[in-house]
Unconditional design. Structure first.
Length: 255
């Protein structure tokens, strides 16, 4: 027989597990909102950072008959309009602030995470790296996101992998963080040492990730990565901005 403490533990585990692995957990309570729930789930799962949605459908709901005329669409709802209107990209991000940070830098580096696989134009990262000769390192999950034959790609960081990538990241003076949450396996336990004498420019579509581990980043940009890179490259080309970190790149490849 399962005692009450066991049920409490299972409930606690269920709550913590799904809170950390799902974008949202939706419990279906009324048959007339079937379309609303399905549309909402699909919308949330695919909008911004892609992540799973759990639908919990009680048995009594599964057995009910559906009256199509009474169904309510999510896309006609106040909730949908509120989500769209309140999630505005920060169009006031000053690209000159990013460029001026790069101009002050001697040893910049680009750090990419797994989600860069899903941007529409994967050449944007390569284009930016080639434009200024900025070396790239990746997390374990992003190891197949950058072509390994690309000369600016050093390799993968983390506590149990490539020495050259780890040393290059730690010796850099500016990190352009593309969709990485900067967790402890990337920053190690001494976060102050990781951020010491560094400018960190953190781009992520999920604002929560911008505050996950490293809270004192100088520039936080809550924006779709594809949009960010497209706008930045356009800005660079339009203003004929020229920077070259080839000497630093060569050093990273010779570590």
């Amino acid at each position: 027989m399962v005692n009450s403490n066991t049920w409490k533990y299972l409930f606690y585990f269920y709550t913590i597990f799904y809170a950390r692995t799902l974008k949202k957990n939706i419990i279906w309570i009324k048959i007339k909102i079937i379309i609303n729930i399905l549309e909402k789930s699909f919308f949330l799962a695919n909008k911004w950072r892609k992540w799973p949605i759990l639908l919990d459908i009680p048995m009594n709901i599964q057995k009910e008959e559906i009256n199509e005329t009474s169904l309510i669409s999510f896309f006609d709802s106040y909730e949908y309009n509120n989500l769209i209107n309140n999630f505005n990209y920060d169009e006031n991000i000053n690209n000159w602030e990013i460029i001026n940070s790069l101009k002050k830098s001697i040893k910049p580096i680009i750090l990419v995470w797994w989600w860069v696989k899903f941007i529409k134009n994967k050449n944007y990262i390569k284009d930016l790296s080639e434009k200024f000769n900025i070396p790239i390192v990746s997390s374990l999950m992003a190891i197949d996101s950058i072509n390994h034959n690309f000369e600016n790609y050093i390799w993968m960081i983390w506590s149990y992998w490539n020495r050259e990538a780890n040393i290059s990241l730690m010796n850099s003076d500016l990190i352009l963080v593309l969709w990485s949450r900067l967790d402890i396996r990337q920053t190690w336990t001494n976060k102050n040492k990781f951020t010491e004498n560094k400018t960190i420019i953190h781009i992520d579509i999920d604002s929560n990730e911008l505050w996950y581990n490293i809270k004192n980043t100088q520039i936080k940009i809550n924006k779709d990565l594809n949009v960010f890179l497209e706008e930045l490259l356009y800005f660079i080309n339009k203003n004929n901005i020229s920077l070259d970190f080839n000497d630093w790149k060569i050093k990273t490849l010779k570590i």
